[in-house]
Design a protein around this ligand. Structure first.
Ligand SMILES: Cc1cc2nc3c(=O)[nH]c(=O)nc-3n(C[C@H](O)[C@H](O)[C@H](O)COP(=O)(O)OP(=O)(O)OC[C@H]3O[C@@H](n4cnc5c(N)ncnc54)[C@H](O)[C@@H]3O)c2cc1C
Length: 533
């Protein structure tokens, strides 16, 4: 941070310190970037949403130095299964299933998935931020307005409930300020997406009787009800702990308020049995998908729910936001440190937006349509035997979604993807190293995982490669000013899973290039990977 006249100047100002903004501050701070994080709330909002973290999200926490702290912050016992029950009509139904969920792709990632309330993850990130000197946190401050010109951005900030008012300056600003993003609106970025015109309730309550009533099922963290009357929208119970605290969301009529509706009766109908409960809080949200038309306007970027928001079906929201952070963080740092540039920054929106668009259309909207169609076509009242068979197939189809959700950047201008490659949320899980895809885990002959050896910027994995080829690549990195770590090992049978001797890994652990022979022009490979012509 520098002082320009009476104004403080940072390299990056982050507006919104929810999970995505706090994570970006850690990512940039660790990369040595001077940042300010402006967050209206003094404490994280204690709503137990954003619970279901993917393997990839936990990998980010590992590289932020807090994967162990994250797992320690879990509220459910470590052994408690994270996946859920799905039931037809209510939780007392004879038709239910306990299909496997995200854990089935654990072997393809360096870290296993995790489950904890979002506020717990936010506390972990805030504790990490307190250790990073070059990040200044302003909890209890709100951003009011933003202006930009060729030289930078100016952000007017005000102390929440206090007299403080300041103008801060930065090279770039990133709006991580949630679905109602002021940053997005002031940048003039429009949104589109599907509005299901459906009001949803989110209730937090405590009930030991509900816990007792669900003992007929194997232990699970969530309970999803699909009902023919609800057009494919879910009723969803989630455990916050074992035995007492719950959250619940469900469609409700459009005119519902806290005072004109019997939420206890709604819970009992979804459960299929009576139980006593105490409500802690009731709130509402609209079932809609919204995607910003671009994630960047000049020096202004948006990430997380500010860029894309949708119903919590499939738990894609926070996880996608954390992937925005990993993608944007290194590109901003590279540009501010002089080895990236404007074309590299442009690839943030180019890479991330198609992933979310497909996630919304082909996983979230398609999932709602699939449930709706199932409920329309099959009914135990019409044909019990046919329904029982169709029910099992339908419940198991969730696992297919997990297997095919493999976001990749094959069509990105900064990866050596296949001819005609297209960036997509859909792919396949494999141990082969593919350009544009996430690096699969792999043990080195030292016994350490390759992820434990990665550098903080680019890494070249060089397996069974002679000294001259590795040294030449390293020298090219030096000449171009691109931070590059070379990790060498022999090319043994177990590593043939990668099916490549040279793998260039980006700072976000995606593969930019892979080959079996040294490149004719290593500079051309590195230049393309950082969008330098
Ligand atoms: C019931 C429910 C369950 C969910 N479950 C999952 C799940 O299992 N997995 C998953 O991946 N996602 C889930 N989600 C979605 C997830 O919660 C969101 O995607 C996530 O909160 C997005 O984080 P964010 O930091 O982008 O935005 P937010 O969490 O909305 O944070 C934005 C922050 O910006 C601050 N802010 C706003 N304006 C200003 C301003 N002008 N100045 C300063 N600060 C400002 C706010 O105070 C807030 O702290 C769920 C959502 C719901 C509602």
């Amino acid at each position: 941070m520098t002082e320009v006249g009476s104004k403080k100047r940072y390299q990056v100002v982050i507006v919104g310190g929810g999970p995505v903004g706090a994570a970006l501050a850690v990512e940039l701070g660790q990369r040595g970037i001077a940042c300010a994080l402006i967050e209206r709330r003094r404490e994280p909002q204690r709503i137990p949403k954003g619970q279901n973290l993917t393997q990839r999200s936990v990998e980010h926490f590992y590289f932020w130095g807090v994967a162990d702290a994250l797992r320690t912050a879990r509220i459910l016992p470590p052994s408690y299964p994270m996946s859920g029950i799905v039931a037809y009509r209510d939780l007392n139904s004879e038709y239910w299933a306990a299909p496997p969920l995200r854990e089935i792709v654990n072997p393809y990632y360096f870290q296993h998935n995790e489950r904890l309330p979002q506020y717990q993850a936010e506390y972990v990130l805030r504790a990490r931020l307190a250790q990073i000197e070059n990040v200044e946190t302003r909890f209890g401050w709100a951003a009011e307005s933003i202006t930009q010109n060729d030289a930078g951005v100016e952000i007017a900030i005000v102390e929440d409930g206090g007299p403080g008012r300041e103008i801060v300056q930065a090279d770039y600003v990133v709006g991580c300020d949630g679905g109602h993003s002021m940053v997005r609106e002031q940048a003039g970025i429009a949104r589109d997406g599907a509005d299901f015109a459906q009001l949803m309730v989110l209730a937090l309550f405590r009930s030991r009787e509900l816990h007792e009533g669900l003992k007929r099922f194997p232990p699970r963290s969530t309970y999803r009800v699909i009902h023919p009357d609800l057009k494919g929208y879910w009723q969803f119970f989630g455990r916050v702990d074992v035995g007492e605290s719950w959250f619940f969301h469900s469609p409700v009529p459009a005119n519902t308020t806290r005072d004109n509706y019997d939420f206890h009766a709604l819970l009992e109908k979804a459960a299929g049995f009576p139980f006593a409960c105490d409500f802690d809080c009731v709130g509402f949200w609209d079932l809609r998908i919204a995607i910003a038309e671009t994630y960047r306007a000049g020096r202004i970027f948006i990430a997380g729910d500010a860029a894309h928001s949708h119903p919590p079906y499939g738990a894609y929201g926070l996880n996608n936001g954390l992937d925005d952070v990993a993608n944007l963080g290194w590109k901003l740092a590279a540009t501010l440190q002089g080895w990236g540039g404007d074309t590299l920054l442009a690839t943030y929106s180019e890479e991330r937006r198609p992933i979310f668009k497909e996630t919304a259309e082909d996983f979230i909207e398609a999932g709602i349509r699939r449930d709706r169609e199932f409920l329309r076509r099959h009914s135990p009242e019409r044909d019990k035997v046919e329904f029982a068979r169709a029910w099992q197939d339908h419940a198991n189809s969730v696992a297919t979604n997990v297997l095919t959700y493999e976001p990749h950047y094959e069509g990105s201008p900064i990866v050596f993807g296949p001819p005609g490659g297209k960036s997509s949320a859909k792919g396949a899980h494999t141990f082969e190293a593919r350009a544009g895809h996430h690096l699969p885990p792999q043990l080195l002959s030292s016994g350490r995982n390759v992820f434990e050896e990665l550098g903080s910027a680019f890494t070249l994995l060089a397996f069974g490669v002679d000294d001259a080829a590795a040294a030449s690549f390293a020298q090219t990195g030096k000449t171009l000013g691109v931070p590059l770590k070379i990790v060498r090992d022999s090319y043994e049978a177990r590593r043939r899973d990668y099916n490549a001797k040279f793998i260039l890994v980006r700072p976000d652990r995606y593969i930019a290039w892979r080959a079996d022979a040294p490149p004719a022009d290593a500079a051309a490979v590195l230049n393309k990977a950082i969008a330098r012509t």
